[in-house]
Design a protein around this ligand. Sequence first.
Ligand code: GLA
Length: 334
Amino acid sequence: MTDRVVAVAPGRVNLIGDHTDTTGGWVLPLAIDRATTITGERGGPVVALRSATEAEPAVVPLDVADPAAVAPAWARYVAGVVAELRPAEGFVGEVGTTLPVGAGLSSSAALEVAVALALGFDGSTLDLARLGQRAEHRASGVPCGIMDQLASAAGVDGHALLVDCTELTVVPVPVPDDVEVVVVHSGQERALAGSPYAERRARCEAAEAVVGPLRSATVDDLDALDDPVTLARARHVVTENARVRAAAAALAAGDVVEVGRLMVDSHASLRDDFEVSTPALDGLVERLLATPGVLGARLTGAGFGGCVVALARPGAVREGWTVRAAAGASVRVG
Ligand code: GLA
């Protein structure tokens, strides 16, 4: 009899630091207590997964050539991992998730990381995240950064993660007990494929071709940029990197009021300079900020719809999901 495999990978919410990972900046996400779980057995010529929430199963041959062409759509993420990992044997099992799909809580990163562990990935947390990121590129064509997969792989119970996306270091920062992290959906579905995500990334790279790495640039350095749109995109990244490090320091010191203030500034920068917010997200942020006990609120993840994250006094927000910072992905065999 073959061993039963149980692989679990959490989603993530990003407290602050969006659109900074792709230029090697800083982010402050946390893995959350909502996760994707894969159970089953290794063996056979294909990776075959049923999902409780999807009508069609994923059936992926081990030599899959083009993950982006696989159907149904959710199977592309499975295929992306198979193409990156090239496991010697297949897998038959089931996928279950407590993550809302398409909400900006990294359900796809959780799926990639869980699939990799289920199929026998054996390496460092960082390599697991990198493999998931490459799988995402292959599956969706979206040139995402490392944040989502690394948060899922490297989560620490009760802690946010200060990630330096150049050094690829992760510093856990405790989340104080006197606040809650609440995620509220804007009601607007978010799809990154076909969104301007890649265009924003290209703009940042164009800025870097002139001023050098944005992670070490100052706002004054950006005067060298002639194009006002490129300048605004780069200004978001430069100021957001500073906010992330300030927020990590404030969180570590228990200064949650300051963290909230930085989150409000982050949202304004994503709205005005990076232009990835929407009226639905802006309206939700404003409504939450008007709620007594809410310290900060901002869009979280890529934007263009999806969720808002709020930092609030316990019990202040009576909607959405209150999430706890959770441990990273794990696998049990036998
Ligand atoms: C998506 C990407 C991440 C990151 C965020 C924006 O979630 O997958 O790599 O770029 O958008 O911060």
